[in-house]
Design a protein around this ligand. Structure first.
Ligand SMILES: Nc1ncnc2c1ncn2[C@@H]1O[C@H](COP(=O)(O)OP(=O)(O)OP(=O)(O)O)[C@@H](O)[C@H]1O
Ligand SMILES: Nc1nc2c(c(=O)[nH]1)N[C@H]1C(S)=C(S)[C@@H](COP(=O)(O)O)O[C@H]1N2
Length: 199
């Protein structure tokens, strides 16, 4: 039996077309698959598939934080188009803005697409929850969470998830541990607790 604390994670796919059935949503499965492969903790996912409506996005984020999520990841709606309003809806529910996440994701994404600078993605803390916006392209989910590695697996640009466990420590959430082969999470030495599961 795992001794690691369970974690509740909200996953929110923001897409007019996926939410209305024009195409199949690939955002929620991609988020769930990557997080399951990266985290050792037992995860309870709380999924939501919603259209690009700013009040609904904000209300969904508040609902997930109130439900006890320590982390909420959104995908989609971060670009400049009129209906791309996920960052605005996220900032509207923020206690604190965490701009480093967006800066890092744009650095990572520039390795994949020159249009990475079009993403307004950000992150915020609300209560004891970290909310992070990821781009809508399903393949961008793993790219931004995991980062860019060289041929020998050496990190070239660290993925943003490396900083997520320590951020969640700092806001009072559960102690998260990652599988190093997927994500090498970083904490200052003073914040590292004794490992209680093996890989
Ligand atoms: N949830 C999703 N599932 C599958 N593919 C998606 C999803 N979201 C986005 N995509 C793909 O990524 C592209 C860019 O995503 P973006 O969020 O800009 O979509 P969009 O043009 O705003 O349209 P929509 O909100 O209807 O998904 C989309 O055109 C689509 O091909
Ligand atoms: N890693 C990664 N980041 C990416 C992309 C991508 O394909 N991969 N697409 C970019 C593009 S084309 C746009 S317009 C912005 C915003 O996308 P969104 O509106 O789907 O969130 O994300 C950018 N970031």
């Amino acid at each position: 039996m795992s001794e690691l604390a369970p974690v509740k994670i909200g996953i929110v796919s923001v897409s007019d077309r996926a939410s209305s059935g024009v195409y199949e949503d690939k955002g929620l499965p991609a988020l769930q698959e990557w997080l399951t492969s990266a985290l050792k903790n037992p995860i309870e996912f709380v999924p939501r598939l919603i259209p690009d409506e700013q009040p609904l996005i904000s209300a969904t984020l508040i609902e997930l934080v109130d439900a006890g999520c320590s982390l909420v990841l959104t995908t989609g709606g971060t670009g400049p188009a009129p209906r791309d309003v996920t960052p605005d809806a996220t900032l509207a529910v923020a206690d604190k803005e965490m701009p480093g996440f967006g800066e890092q994701m744009r650095q990572i994404s520039l390795r994949f697409v020159p249009t990475a600078i079009l993403s307004r993605q950000t992150a915020v803390v609300r209560g004891q929850c970290l909310i992070v916006n990821l781009p809508g392209q399903p393949k961008a989910i793993a790219e931004t969470l995991a980062g860019v590695a060289g041929v020998a697996g050496e990190p070239i640009v660290p993925g943003i998830f490396a900083a997520v466990p320590y951020c969640i420590d700092l806001i009072g959430g559960p102690y998260l541990e990652t599988h190093e082969a997927v994500c090498n999470a970083f904490r200052p030495k003073s914040a590292v607790r004794l490992a209680n599961t093996g890989d």
